[in-house]
Design a protein around this ligand. Structure first.
Ligand SMILES: [Zn+2]
Ligand SMILES: [Zn+2]
Length: 261
């Protein structure tokens, strides 16, 4: 059994100091590849350096919508350069987050559109962070995203109806441990309708430890197994089959070497 953690933040301080043991525990739990996601250029740079040390550790490079108001043209240039690194397999996370207002919708929209352009020019798939902004997210993808090869909505927290719209557009959907939370009925209903071939899993660690490990303050890739088992059961798919399908989906989405292990 092999799983891929398609969205983690291994460069964040909660995990970075102890990253060798984090990776060891992850492998012991069957999680054999990782996409570590940058949220600004300092993190993107750290992520590339970390990925150079570990096999099967890859990078998504992006600037989080929270930081939109600080972003300069030089930052975007730097991001585009980083995207050329062979360990960078995606652009993101990017998108819109209207839950927090660290940056205005206009600033977030501009940064999101810039990421879409970089993803298209670099021919890389895109990781979307979208919270309380579904229609605007889809709008911008319709307007500026038509040349982007592949798109995933990460940490999906929208409804079944919204999941259907995402799937109709040919996009992918990824779930974190939040799907296991008691109050996440809506997310579970959405997960039920996502075909396993369009579904990926992630920890988004160090945040959001899944049940029954929610008390573990610092989430890590080893805990992905709980979300995987939960989703396999929810979707009535044997665990081995679920693991294999989502791992194949992830390898295809990020164009990872098929022999990755
Ligand atoms: Zn996110
Ligand atoms: Zn994240």
């Amino acid at each position: 059994m092999e799983l891929i953690d398609t969205h983690c933040h291994l460069t964040f301080e909660q995990l970075a100091d102890d990253v060798d043991s984090v990776i060891e525990r992850s492998k012991a739990a069957g999680v054999i590849a990782w996409i570590t996601v940058g949220t600004d250029n300092a993190e993107n740079q750290k992520a590339v350096e970390l990925a150079e040390k570990f096999d099967n550790l890859y990078v998504a490079a992006g600037i989080h919508p929270h930081d939109a108001k600080k972003v300069t043209n030089d930052d975007l240039k730097k991001l585009k350069q980083l995207a050329q690194n062979e360990k960078v397999v995606a652009i993101g996370e990017t998108g819109l987050d209207f839950h927090y207002d660290f940056s205005s919708p206009a600033e977030q929209t501009r940064l999101f559109a810039a990421h879409l352009q970089i993803a298209a020019e670099s021919n890389l798939p895109l990781i979307i962070h979208s919270r309380e902004s579904f229609e605007d997210t889809i709008d911008i993808l319709d307007k500026h995203g038509t040349s982007v090869s592949k798109v995933v909505f990460h940490c999906f927290g929208y409804t079944t109806q919204e999941a259907k719209i995402v799937l109709e557009k040919g996009f992918y959907i990824s779930f974190t441990g939040s799907v296991t939370f008691k109050n996440a009925q809506k997310t579970r209903e959405a997960a039920e309708i996502v075909p396993a071939e369009k579904l990926m899993i992630e920890t988004d660690c160090p945040y959001m430890s899944p049940e029954p490990m929610r008390k573990q303050k610092i989430n890590e890739p080893a805990l992905l197994i709980h979300t995987a088992k939960f989703l396999a059961e929810l979707k009535n798919i044997g665990f081995a089959e679920f693991a294999q399908t989502t791992t194949n989906t992830s390898k295809g989405f990020f164009n990872l070497p098929q022999a990755a292990r």
